[in-house]
Structures are given as C-alpha cells and as structure tokens.
Write a protein that binds this ligand. Structure first.
Ligand SMILES: [Fe+2]
Length: 264
C-alpha cells in the first residue's frame, strides 16, 4: 500500500473500542502514525448472525501496539515469483476447467483515488460447482481436476489488475440450517509488510443469496454494495468470457470493507 499501517485490525468497529480519531500521530522515534479504520464501513468483529465470530471476537478492549520499522518494512514477497500465468486460473492444468469463463478486473486505489501500483493481489475461490479444493471442504459437489481456485497478480503502474477465472458457484456452510454462501471471490492485498495485509470478498451483481448471507450482512449497510462487482460489458470478450469490474479502495471516505483474514 502507499501508506503505512492500513491493516490496523486493532482499531475496528467493535463495541469495545472507542476511537474517534481517523489518524493518531505519535512523537516517539521510529513509531509510525497509526491509521484508525473508520466506523460504519468494515464488518463488526462480533456479528451474532455470523456465528463463528463469537469464538474469535475479542471481549475486552484491544491494546494497539505501536508499529515501528520492524513491523512496516518487511518481510515482503518477492515480485519476481509472480508469473503471467498466475493471473489465469483457467490455464493452470492440462485441461480447461468447467464453468462460465469470466474476466475480473479493476484498480487498487488509495483514499485520494490515486492508483496503488505494483502491489500483490491474490484471489481464491470455489469452482463452478461451489467446491473448494481443500481438505475440509467435503460437501457433495464435484472437484474439478482442472481448477485449483487460486491466483495472483501484481497491479500495474495505474493500479490495475486482471484475472481470468471461472464463475464460482454458491456453497452450503454450517452457520445455520440451510445456510448458503453467495458466489464470491476472496481477495488479499499485500502492502510492504505482513502487518499491512488486507482481505475482503467480491460478490456478483443480482445474486439472490446476498440478503440471506450473514457474512455479507455483517458489513454495514451503507458500505455493502462496495463489495458487489459490476457487470462490465466492455470487459466481456466475444466468444470467450463475461466481464466484471471490481475496484478496491484502501481508505478515505468510501473504502472497500475489509475483514479479518480467516473467514469462509
Ligand atoms: Fe469462500
């Protein structure tokens, strides 16, 4: 990211915190200014309808730890390990995966609308049948031997990114009886250090499951639609793939809601 400390998970909308400042300046040597996430944007750490949050949401006030150079300068993934093939999830195996081919693209922007260049964007998702290639995902939907469901790209100089993948399917989960996750793609963005990682989910326009999804609903109402991609006719490729646009805004007046990095 272009600025420091954008992932201060210790300053969230949770009830036990009371941060009215948007920025906390410090005078101690080598301590970075602390960015305080705004209220009413990001999902609450404790969301009763999203049951697993009861197990992990803090019950006591959090203690922000100062970020010094150690936390904000590394380690950082080497960019030389990202290849062009990593951005095309349909070409990672000998055969083509099943499902609707789609292009997902957008830009990573800071709070002032400036592009965030050369930052690592990772995605992971279920296959067209709604199944992850993961040991704990064993619901009766088929695994696609030609689809791993993971990809990564670096943003360009203009902050843009682009993936080719397969439209993910909805899948059931154990939150409550007959619970289904709407189709989604998980996104992770890395800044200059692990402490700056941001994680969110992208949804698809018009999904009928959105009103029933406690994870989507845990995001404050005014910010939810920022997680829904836009069907992008211009990105649709004739005889090949549909297109969706999803810009990610890191901070400012209308940032993209971000979550703790361990949601389903
Ligand atoms: Fe998921």
């Amino acid at each position: 990211m272009t600025e420091q400390n954008v992932t201060d998970h210790d300053v969230t909308d949770h009830d036990v915190t009371d941060h009215s400042l948007t920025e906390h300046r410090v005078t101690e040597p080598n301590v970075q200014d602390r960015y305080v996430r705004p209220r009413g944007v990001h999902p609450r750490l404790a969301s009763p309808d999203y049951r697993s949050t009861a197990l992990r949401a803090p019950r006591r006030a959090l203690v922000p730890l100062a970020h010094r150079l150690t936390e904000t300068t590394g380690p950082l993934y080497g960019t030389d390990r990202v290849t062009e093939a990593d951005g095309d999830l349909t070409r990672q195996h000998d055969g083509e995966p099943l499902g609707q081919r789609i292009v997902v693209h957008g830009r990573v922007l800071d709070g002032d609308g400036r592009p965030v260049p050369h930052t690592l964007v990772e995605v992971w998702q279920a296959n067209a049948a709604g199944r992850y290639r993961h040991v704990v995902d064993n619901w009766p939907a088929p695994i696609d031997p030609n689809f791993s469901g993971g990809g990564r790209v670096l943003t360009g100089a203009d902050g843009s990114y682009r993936f080719t993948t397969i439209q993910p399917g909805a899948y059931p989960w154990g939150n409550h009886p007959n619970a289904w996750r709407p189709a989604h793609i998980h996104f992770s963005l890395f800044g200059r250090a692990f402490t700056q990682r941001l994680v969110t989910q992208m949804y698809f326009p018009g999904d009928p499951l959105l009103p029933y999804d406690p994870i989507y609903q845990s995001v404050p109402e005014r910010a939810r639609e920022r997680l829904v991609s836009r069907f992008d006719w211009d990105a649709t490729q004739p005889d090949w793939a549909l297109g969706f646009a999803f810009d990610i805004v890191l901070r400012g007046a209308a940032p993209t809601p971000m979550e703790e990095p361990h949601d389903d």
